[in-house]
Design a protein around this ligand. Structure first.
Ligand SMILES: [Fe+2]
Length: 192
């Protein structure tokens, strides 16, 4: 038999961390619901859902979240590099998707790594879907016949922090539940 050696090139890493704290989670949820009643929000990748502006990080209520994200990101950086760049989070926003609310495919241009913290996830409408970002991949119909891996579906849990490269295209399918889907998104920038 031949000995077949397998290598991977250009792998894409993502990270998940359980940072759940019920009191913090409740405070985040209450804050966003209140804010959504006061502000009409912005339209970005969201359709049928509410999205806050990107200044959530200015509000003291989110300090614990910022500290956790910073700490976790520093750990990730240490695991991949000897360098110690400064990092900054200056865009952070809330998402409330009611029934039918969704986010079409997008990337986060201003970040190095992006994160989502999940506050409330309706049963059966918890997915975030990532797309293979390589344009040449679209040529590979023959591979598609072997393995359908153009899309990667992740099912997060409440209290999870999900981190992924900001350039990685992703979308959120329509919320098919009566419960709202609530999350906080953020971009992490490196000052290099
Ligand atoms: Fe996003």
């Amino acid at each position: 038999m031949f000995s077949i050696k397998h290598g991977d090139i250009f792998p894409t890493s993502f990270y998940t961390v359980d940072i759940f704290d019920s009191q913090e989670n409740q405070k985040y949820k209450d804050f966003l619901i209140q804010l959504s009643k006061k502000s009409s929000g912005v339209m970005r990748s969201n359709r049928g859902g509410w999205q806050s502006d990107i200044t959530l990080w200015e509000h003291g209520v989110f300090k614990p979240l910022l500290e956790k994200v910073t700490n976790i990101t520093q750990n990730i950086i240490e695991s991949i590099s000897q360098n110690h760049p400064q990092m900054v989070i200056r865009s952070m926003w809330g998402n409330i998707n009611p029934t039918g609310g969704m986010n079409f495919t997008h990337v986060h241009p201003s970040g190095w790594m992006s994160g989502v913290y999940y506050i409330q996830l309706p049963k059966g409408s918890d997915e975030i879907v990532f797309e293979d970002p390589r344009p040449a991949r679209m040529m590979d119909f023959q591979r598609s016949c072997l393995i359908g891996d153009e899309y990667f579906t992740h099912n997060p849990k409440v209290g999870e922090l999900l981190l992924f490269p900001s350039w990685l295209p992703h979308f959120v399918p329509p919320n098919n539940s009566r419960e709202e889907r609530i999350s906080i998104s953020l971009n992490i920038e490196l000052l290099v």
